[in-house]
Design a protein around this ligand. Structure first.
Ligand code: SF4
Length: 439
């Protein structure tokens, strides 16, 4: 069968799509980048916001036209929306099978059921079938996603993830280490450790003797691994050991993303975030002391139920106090099935939410412009990632502090270290010309 995968949402989904592509290719199916050539379409979904779910419904609708041309086309829906909606998704026109967030390792077996014309929802946990030898069809030739922990135990009151992805489950330490070593042998020079909460890594493993800091230190010493990123952290689980591991290994990127969500203690409590404003500040100070060059970024939600003007100002104050280099901003919207949706009225008017969002967006632009201006006339080393858009002569890469740099260059530079002289800055990317190349 020729298969196509459409992926929505986070990097965990991207990595799981790569794994499904590897398993299907290994079973003799053929991957295609053109949806119209496929006999099987998998759509890997997200449900973190209502908008994400609507995108998926729209996509399912678009596949109906393809089915008229190719009646043997089959459509499978997986990921968080599939876990949350199950049978309701299967009832949608054009959907042949639905499977949950822990079922993807069984995709070849599920395909056999589809071939027998079975229509089904599969919510089993097949993660134990995965190991360091599982085939993965990576979509990049130099950068690899490495999932280290599944699920989340935190139950933030606004978040659907613990219900769609289940409880935390760490991969075996030896398994992750073997994957990193094999990636280095295959020529991957850059990896990103993934998990809803990477800092929780190892807590559920036998004897509880290894943690995220051990993984970072291990990977940093693997010959050939030149840069390591990780996503996502939970502030109160971020250990001094992890800070020290980053400080001691220059090939761990100097970009640390710490989701704050709110700078007000009363809102943090309603969000069921398990740290206080003071503890968060203490963490950032310890990071800055050990790694002065670290760039800190964060996530913030504006307009959470009950967020007063004073609460919002506490968030603004914390953004300025810490000096975050990047903010991922979201306006609160209740997500069906979460605690906040069930127990807290969505009482902040849209106009107020929007005003607060715009205020932070402008603050972020001012901070970024000032930081980027300091790079003007200097050089930055990046790994060339890909064209800014298909067919563009411009490539982009990231600095160790996760700043985007755009420059003109041929596609054969992708995966190489490139030094760029910065000629122009904006509140977003830096622009420049190549001054040096390193293989
Ligand atoms: S830490 Fe909170 S926001 Fe993050 S995935 Fe877990 S429950 Fe959701």
């Amino acid at each position: 069968m020729r298969f196509y995968i459409e992926t929505y949402g986070c990097q965990m989904n991207v990595n799981e799509s790569e794994k499904m592509a590897g398993l299907l290719s290994n079973a003799g199916h053929v991957y295609t980048e053109r949806m119209k050539d496929a006999d099987l379409i998998l759509v890997n979904t997200c449900t973190v916001r209502q908008k994400s779910a609507e995108k998926v419904y729209g996509f399912i609708g678009r596949t109906l036209a393809l089915r008229r041309i190719n009646p043997s086309l089959r459509l499978g829906v997986c990921g968080c929306l599939a876990e949350a909606e199950g049978r309701a998704l299967l009832r949608r026109k054009g959907v042949d099978f639905v499977f949950g967030t822990r079922a993807y390792p069984a995709i070849p077996e599920m395909l056999e059921r589809v071939r027998r014309s079975e229509r089904f929802v599969e919510r089993g946990d097949f993660l134990a079938q995965e190991n360091a030898c599982s085939p993965i069809r990576r979509f990049s030739s130099h950068h690899a996603w490495v999932t280290i922990i599944y699920g989340c135990d935190k139950f933030c009151s606004y978040c659907i993830v613990p219900y769609t992805r289940g409880r935390e489950k760490s991969r075996e330490f030896s398994d992750v280490c073997a994957e990193v070593e094999s990636l280095a042998k295959l020529g991957y020079r850059e990896i990103t450790f993934l998990g809803q909460n990477v800092d929780s890594y190892g807590k559920d493993l036998r004897e509880n003797s290894v943690g995220f800091a051990d993984l970072l230190s291990f990977a940093a010493k693997v010959k050939g691994i030149e840069r390591i990123w990780f996503l996502t952290s939970y502030p109160s689980d971020f250990t001094q050991g992890a800070i020290d591991a980053i400080a001691n290994h220059p090939n761990i990127a100097r970009a640390i993303h710490l989701p704050l969500q709110s700078g007000s203690d009363s809102i943090l409590k309603k969000m069921n975030r398990r740290y206080s404003r003071a503890e968060f500040i203490d963490l950032t100070e310890r990071i800055r002391k050990a790694i002065p060059e670290a760039a800190l970024s964060t996530d913030l939600i504006v307009g959470f139920p009950g967020e007063s003007e004073e609460d919002f100002e506490r968030s603004v104050d914390l953004v300025e106090t810490v000096g975050f280099e990047r903010l991922n901003l979201a306006m609160y919207s209740p997500r069906e099935g979460t605690l906040s949706q069930q127990t807290l009225p969505d009482d902040i008017p849209y106009s107020v939410k929007n005003k607060r969002l715009q205020f932070l967006l402008n603050l972020q632009k001012r901070i970024n412009k000032a930081l980027n201006t300091a790079s003007l006339g200097k050089t930055q080393w990046v790994i060339a990632e890909k064209p800014t858009k298909p067919g563009s002569p411009q490539l982009y890469g990231r600095t160790d502090r996760n700043r985007i740099v755009i420059f003109e260059g041929d596609a054969d530079l992708i995966g190489k270290w490139v030094e760029v002289s910065i000629k122009k800055v904006t509140a977003g990317p830096l622009y420049g010309d190549i001054s040096n190349i390193r293989d």
